[in-house]
Design a protein around this ligand. Structure first.
Ligand code: MN
Length: 255
């Protein structure tokens, strides 16, 4: 289960860990930066951002998470210009340090490749892989998401193969952000690609609906519509769909 860290300082990791343990669930932790803590901008913002990221990593250690993922390299927002060169470099230096610290406790750091309306640092798998590779840090990976790929990539297969060794985390999400297979994302190709690169990390269903988001978060992600009310049914469907899709990909790869 992916735990979204909405309040890095207030989150009670030990309580959450006890709940996860009682359910036999492993966890990953996701976090995002705001304008105030944007590591791709000024030195002052970057300093606040590095503190926040280290706090998030401490929470990942306490929670026993295997991965720290999400928008860790810039704020999640619509920018009006490309990322400045010195800001990009600052972001890389901070994430290099973070990934080294994470690696000492066996936690993988993966940067989510999001679309052009949510960051200006990179929007394609190839550019994200270049960003992580330039740091030379083997524990700094990319986090791919079918929703964002559906906006930015030519297809959902070849771009994954092109960055095979850089992939460290996966979000499965429909273009509506609702029920998987209710929209236009080519999941058959996406799962074939995961199989082709022998990806063996977490595959997480990500969903958003106005019916169950706080106003702030809904506004940040521009989620205005509701796609479901029954979250148990949604989750059950997603788990079945992902398992089925992986089985189908494996079967078709053998033909
Ligand atoms: Mn995502």
């Amino acid at each position: 289960m992916e735990v979204p860290l909405m309040d890095p300082w207030g989150f009670e990791a030990s309580r959450a860990r006890a709940t996860l343990d009682s359910l036999g669930l492993a966890s990953t932790l996701s976090v995002g930066l705001t304008g105030d803590s944007d590591v791709s901008q000024s030195a002052e913002q970057a300093e606040r951002g590095e503190k926040l990221l280290n706090q998030a990593l401490d929470q990942a250690f306490r929670l026993g998470s295997t991965h720290l993922v999400g928008n860790l390299f810039s704020a999640l927002k619509r920018y009006s210009a490309p990322a400045p060169r010195d800001g990009r470099l600052r972001s890389q230096e901070i994430l290099d340090r973070l990934a080294t610290r994470a690696g000492q406790e066996g936690v993988t750091v993966a940067l989510e490749v999001v679309n052009r309306y949510e960051t200006n640092v990179f929007n394609t798998l190839r550019d994200a892989a270049a960003f992580t590779r330039e740091t030379g840090n083997p524990n700094l990976k990319i986090h791919i998401d079918s929703f964002h790929m559906n906006i930015e990539e030519p297809d959902l297969y070849q771009p994954v193969l092109d960055v095979a060794d850089a992939v460290g985390y996966v979000h499965v999400s429909e273009n509506t952000r609702g029920y998987l297979s209710s929209g236009g994302v080519d999941f058959a190709q996406f799962f074939l690609a995961l199989l082709a690169i022998k990806y063996d990390g977490p595959v997480t269903f990500e969903t958003f609906s106005a019916s169950n988001l706080s106003e702030d978060f809904a506004s940040l992600l521009a989620v205005w519509r509701s796609f479901y009310d029954d979250t148990d049914d949604l989750a059950t469907h997603a788990a079945q769909f992902i398992r089925q899709s992986l089985d189908q990909a494996a079967a078709s790869a053998q033909v």
